[in-house]
Design a protein around this ligand. Structure first.
Ligand SMILES: Nc1ncnc2c1ncn2[C@@H]1O[C@H](COP(=O)(O)OP(=O)(O)OP(=O)(O)O)[C@@H](O)[C@H]1O
Length: 360
């Protein structure tokens, strides 16, 4: 009987994990940008670097998201793939219906010219130095057969939209860094792309100028309807979007969702909630500060409750934590960081499946 119950409960846990995974990851048809289990391995002189290790990401049409993460976590590699400049090793990546793994060389050029717009961190890399601001904006349209009169009109419109109409006839070296980047946003929008990709576009600029660039990206998103993915180290920038995705070790690890909520007093306040990303296979990354705080290493114990899943340190982790505390390592808080009460912890001698204590 007990064995039957354990099996049924383990199945409940699997079923719940499967359902949660299916609900958490937007389906292919829901995203303009959809990456599933994306892998990029670089080989240099016999050394293999796994820059992306099964990354999942879906960005809805019209969304503006920030991508953050430590240096080397894979942000630029992801943008290189989405922009069509680099090809993934495995997995899937689709942007506006284009399959970036199987796309032919010729289609790739067309894709880079019309489907995506790109803004680099280095201001000098975005503009040709011997063309004026207006000529820089018109240039991408010459590759897509837009008539000369239309090119000029659109260039004027875009420079105006991003607040740099006064720079129209100046060369890039006659523009400030902020003006150059706003002209770069105009260039990236010249061929009406579906997705705008920006890799640290405010990285070389001061805070006030960064705000201007970010305002230009937001204007592109709101006024032109273009979907925006911006990689940034700048916390102030990432706080201005509805969704911030964190990449850790080549995979999306957490997401912060922000929304405006109206309190009982009628006052609107911005709330931000952090979520761990659950992939299709039910995998999630626990934040390092949580696992380190509880000395969790190789394995954890899971407990299915009615409305949540508890994650508990195993006996070795509990011992390591208590030793660290008695050695006075400064790790004095013995309770979990958040979550269920210690009473809900499963028996130390039972298996994870035994720890299933609620109903799915
Ligand atoms: N062309 C390449 N050849 C070999 N390794 C590479 C190449 N491009 C990136 N890498 C490696 O892949 C990993 C991810 O690099 P990536 O540039 O995507 O990180 P990042 O998050 O953008 O970092 P940063 O914030 O410093 O720009 C790093 O270990 C990097 O050294």
């Amino acid at each position: 009987m007990a064995v039957h119950r354990q099996r049924a409960e383990a199945q409940d846990l699997e079923q719940l994990a499967r359902r949660a995974a299916a609900a958490a990851v937007p389906r292919r048809e829901e995203g303009l940008v959809v990456c599933e289990n994306l892998v990029r391995i670089f080989q240099t002189e016999g050394v293999e670097v796994q820059a992306l290790q099964g990354l999942d990401l879906a960005v809805a049409q019209g969304e503006m998201i920030a991508v953050i993460g430590a240096s080397g976590s894979g942000k630029s590699t992801l943008l290189g793939i989405l922009s069509g400049q680099d090809v993934p090793t495995a997995g899937s990546a689709e942007v506006a219906g284009h399959d970036l793994l199987t796309m032919k060389r010729r289609d790739r050029l067309g894709y880079r010219r019309t489907t995506v717009g790109f803004i680099w961190q280095q201001t000098a890399r975005n503009l040709l130095p011997y063309l004026t601001a207006a000529e820089n904006v018109m240039l991408p349209m010459t590759y897509t057969g837009v008539k000369r009169s239309q090119r000029r009109a659109r260039a004027e419109e875009l420079l105006d939209l991003f607040g740099v109409a006064h720079c129209r006839d100046r060369d890039p070296d006659e523009l400030s860094g902020g003006e150059q980047q706003r002209v770069a946003v105009a260039v990236a929008n010249a061929n009406e792309p579906r997705v705008l990709l920006a890799d640290e576009p405010t990285g070389e600029l001061d805070t006030a100028t960064s705000d201007e660039i970010f305002a230009a990206l937001r204007r592109a998103n709101e006024d032109l309807g273009v979907t925006v993915v911006v990689v940034t180290h700048d916390a102030l920038v990432s706080e201005q979007v509805q969704r911030t995705v964190r990449i850790r070790n080549g995979r999306t690890s957490t997401e912060v969702l922000r929304r405006v909520e109206t309190g009982e007093d009628g006052v609107e306040a911005l709330t931000a909630e952090e979520y761990a990303v659950l992939d299709r296979n039910g995998r999630l990354q626990l934040p390092a500060e949580y696992t380190e705080h509880l000395h969790m290493r190789k394995r954890v114990r899971l407990a299915l409750e009615n409305d949540h899943i508890g994650v508990w340190p195993d006996a070795a982790a509990r011992q390591a934590k208590s030793e660290a505390e008695s050695a006075g390592s400064g790790d004095v808080d013995s309770g979990p960081i958040s979550g269920p009460t210690p009473e809900a912890q499963p028996d130390a001698n039972s298996s994870a499946a035994d720890g299933v204590s609620g109903q799915a």
